[in-house]
Design a protein around this ligand. Structure first.
Ligand SMILES: Cc1cc2nc3c(=O)[nH]c(=O)nc-3n(C[C@H](O)[C@H](O)[C@H](O)COP(=O)(O)OP(=O)(O)OC[C@H]3O[C@@H](n4cnc5c(N)ncnc54)[C@H](O)[C@@H]3O)c2cc1C
Length: 330
């Protein structure tokens, strides 16, 4: 049997579906689904490829309290479902597929998944960002065995257990507070002596009797035989090292944009965020980027959704102009 480079039988590769679309959206987080909603209402029947994280990062968090319109807060996963339902209502198609390659040097643009090649007249990239890892001994080995990047997903397994949360931003505090529902104690380890998180979250954390802090400290290793048993800490001021027993480690130390697919094809900044102008336009006309993939600053559901809507509005204008310039070409 013949195999192609990706290890799949060649015959299977030959049977790949090829489909033309006016607008393709990569990603099903707040940016992607908002773009899909706007494009759908413009009757472009956009196709959304979800990637593995349906609903995006927002789907990983238990409750979102700062998305307007929900005074009591809304479940992260539930909000993603509502975004999707609204986009589909107006004609967006949502496929559970992940892009494995893109070719932006040709027109229409080619976006390949395992089962299909999509030819798209315009593209909105909303592939978001993924959690950063500490890169210390024990982290990889014990992921899923006490090391986690998602409190909503894994908090339940830590009933009456001790957990360590790494980080000092909003995510670390929000998720740390969520973990107090289950854990007997939540120790927040932060490399500085003050937090970056917003004032309300800081107050809630300081007021919660289950939460305590280890300041000016970093993890140098996660230890345990099959399951997490403790973390090795180093005080960055005194240099002192210690071992803190714990049953779980939750890591919230920022994100890296998911832009690997576009390297060499789109302009990016030194951290790998896609560069756009104020109209969400990338360095390739007809290709727009929205949400965390292009935004190292705000990184919120509301800002990502806003960027997604803006990107779609620009894509709609772009397609209209293309039609005028080359009438009859779909
Ligand atoms: C734990 C946690 C708690 C948070 N809490 C809040 C909060 O309370 N309030 C708030 O406003 N924000 C919060 N945020 C931030 C918020 O979730 C993000 O800012 C927002 O989700 C970014 O939206 P996005 O659409 O740009 O990207 P993402 O949500 O990252 O979505 C990216 C999408 O792209 C898809 N994708 C990736 N690669 C591919 C590919 N190759 N092909 C196809 N699809 C692909 C993924 O599957 C995913 O669907 C939180 C984040 C985390 C991690």
């Amino acid at each position: 049997m013949e195999f192609n480079l990706s290890g799949f039988p060649a015959a299977e590769a030959q049977q790949k579906k090829v489909e033309s679309v006016r607008l393709l959206v990569l990603g099903s987080g707040p940016a992607g689904l908002s773009a899909a909603l706007y494009a759908a209402r413009a009757e472009l029947t956009p196709l959304v490829l979800t990637g593995v994280e349906i609903g995006g990062q927002a789907g990983l968090t238990f409750i979102i309290e700062n998305y307007p319109g929900f005074p009591e807060g809304v479940g992260g996963y539930q909000l993603g479902e509502l975004f999707q339902k609204q986009a589909e209502k107006f004609g967006a198609r949502v496929e559970f597929e992940t892009a494995s390659a893109v070719d932006l040097s040709r027109r229409p643009f080619k976006i390949s998944t395992y089962g299909a090649d999509y030819l798209a007249d315009s593209l909105v990239i909303a592939t978001g960002a993924s959690s950063n890892h500490l890169g210390i001994p024990g982290e990889k080995e014990l992921t899923g065995h006490g090391v986690s990047y998602c409190a909503t997903c894994d908090g339940y397994f830590f009933k009456e257990k001790r957990v360590v949360v790494v980080g000092g931003g909003d995510s670390a505090l929000e998720e740390g507070l969520f973990l107090t529902r289950y854990a007997s104690s939540v120790t927040i380890v932060h490399r500085r002596d003050s937090l970056r998180a917003g004032a309300i979250l800081q107050k809630r954390a300081h007021d919660n009797p289950k939460v305590n802090f280890v300041w000016n400290s970093v993890l140098t290793a996660i230890v345990g035989d099959h399951l997490v048993e403790g973390v090795k800490l180093k005080n960055v001021v005194s240099g002192e090292e210690s071992l803190l027993p714990t049953d779980g480690v939750f890591i919230f130390i920022g994100h890296t944009p998911n832009t690997e697919l576009f390297k060499g094809q789109l302009e990016m900044d030194e951290r790998g965020y896609i560069k756009t102008d104020m109209l969400m336009q990338t360095s390739v006309p007809g290709v727009y980027a929205a949400g965390e993939v292009a935004d190292p600053n705000f990184r919120q559901v509301v800002t990502s959704a806003g960027m997604g809507a803006a990107a779609a509005m620009q894509a709609i204008k772009y397609l209209e102009k293309e039609e005028v310039q080359s009438p009859g070409v779909a």
